[in-house]
Design a protein around this ligand. Structure first.
Ligand code: SF4
Length: 426
């Protein structure tokens, strides 16, 4: 019996209890949310993880993605990135390698992290086909399912699977065209394979078989967003919405079979379309947990895309997105470094918190920070900071003559000048 089947039967498991405690909600809130498909707890029968509840009414979670590329295969560095992502406070980790020995990399990353790990099995399946037979179009359908099962047995907790790309979706993409092309690697592999072989996507046509594998190994399905826009001018286009509708239908089917489901969203989205995207996805999917990738809200700031995505993520979270995939400053430019991973996770965590201040009314810590600043209580300010280490370092490198103030205003510290004349509110 899967954890979702437990929830549907009214059983509260230890995992539900742990998540309820961490989130400050009742155990039955978690159980009901899971039974109705609004909350997931990605687990695996193959390893214990730091449990993470994702969904409506819970803190917005942040995913950190790492992985080799065909150009840079440095397993040690990927393991460091996995650890750095956890140190920066990521809630989950996706291992998305596309270069080197897939099995070895995933095994080492899974061993190195306490976090729930996600993967995209079709990367491995298509790239192994390219290595063996010269091109991704030579993939054998069975390999998609075999590799999904192999990765599940390595302790993968959730998988992004591109179930919503079918012949209709591809036609819409071709007929409409795109300003920014197709930016999803998984989407591009599948579309190339389908068009060359004139066949339906096996992950769509054999969805029942896929569900058997996911259920047997208790993997949470994250319905992949292979049609996501790679440019803000393509946001919310017909191909993306078509894929979302199919994924919403398949998500219901998987949920009925006892499989936990997350629905992935876009991509590149201008500010004024974020709310629409979140509400459309929630409405179509029956309020399943929404996994927003970024989103990037302008295309002209390469080098700063962690901040660009943080703006989009804050608004997404405010409107109901449950799970945010981080973006690093190296996005669109290069494979991220260990430092980029840290920056990306911090930017997304800050964004998720900003959204939660509105979505969940989580503002107490901000109020306490206001008081600590008013009272020039530096230790409390550091304790409340999302990155205490960085805050301490900046202050200590530029210490003022007056230890109560800081070197921004020095002798003319506004807070100090009027401190004794203004009533304090608690
Ligand atoms: S010196 Fe200026 S910036 Fe620094 S604590 Fe005082 S008012 Fe704030």
């Amino acid at each position: 019996m899967t954890i979702l089947e437990d929830a549907k039967k009214g059983i509260i498991t230890d995992e539900m209890k742990a998540v309820a405690k961490a989130e400050g909600v009742t155990e039955d809130f978690i159980r009901r949310g899971m039974a109705q498909g609004r909350i997931v707890i990605p687990i695996s029968p193959y390893r214990d993880v730091k449990l993470c509840g994702i969904g409506q009414g819970l803190r917005t979670k942040v995913n950190c993605s790492i992985g080799t590329s065909s150009d840079i295969v440095d397993v040690e560095m990927e393991v460091k990135k996995a650890k750095e992502g956890a140190r920066a406070g990521a809630d989950t980790l996706m291992e998305l390698s596309t270069g080197g020995d897939f099995y070895d990399i995933r095994r080492r990353v899974v061993e190195a992290t306490p976090l729930s790990v996600g993967s995209v099995p079709l990367y491995q399946a298509f790239i192994e086909a390219a290595r063996k037979d010269g091109a991704v179009i030579h993939l054998k359908e069975d390999d998609l399912f075999r590799i999904t099962e192999e990765q599940a047995k390595l302790g993968t907790n959730f998988m992004a699977i591109h179930t919503g790309i079918n012949t209709e979706t591809v036609k819409r993409l071709q007929n409409q065209g795109r300003h920014g092309g197709l930016c999803s690697r998984g989407g591009a592999f599948l579309v190339a394979w389908m068009l060359h072989n004139k066949k339906e996507n096996p992950l769509y046509s054999e969805f029942d078989y896929l569900c058997e594998i996911l259920k047997e190994h208790e993997v949470t399905l994250s319905t992949g967003n292979g049609m996501r826009a790679g440019a803000v001018h393509d946001a919310t286009d017909r191909a993306q919405v078509q894929e979302l509708i199919i994924n919403a239908e398949l998500g219901d089917k998987a949920h009925e079979q006892g499989i936990q489901v997350i629905v992935e969203g876009p991509g590149h989205v201008p500010l004024d379309q974020i709310e629409t995207n979140v509400k459309l996805m929630k409405s179509l999917s029956g309020n399943k947990p929404f996994y927003m990738l970024g989103p990037i809200v302008t295309d002209i700031a390469p080098g700063y895309d962690d901040r660009v995505a943080a703006i989009g993520a804050a608004i997404s979270s405010m409107h109901g997105a449950d799970f945010i995939c981080y973006v690093t400053p190296a996005e669109h430019l290069a494979l991220p470094t260990v430092e980029d991973v840290y920056e990306g996770v911090m930017s997304s965590r800050i964004a998720a918190h900003i959204g939660d201040m509105i979505k969940l009314g989580k503002t107490e810590r901000d109020k306490e920070m206001g008081h600590a600043r008013r009272d020039l209580d530096w230790d409390t300010q550091f304790a409340l900071a999302m990155d205490p280490e960085r805050a301490r370092k900046i202050r200590s490198e530029r210490m003022p003559a007056d230890r109560d103030a800081c070197t921004m205003c020095g002798d003319y510290c506004a807070l100090k000048i009027v401190h004794d004349y203004i009533k304090k509110r608690d």
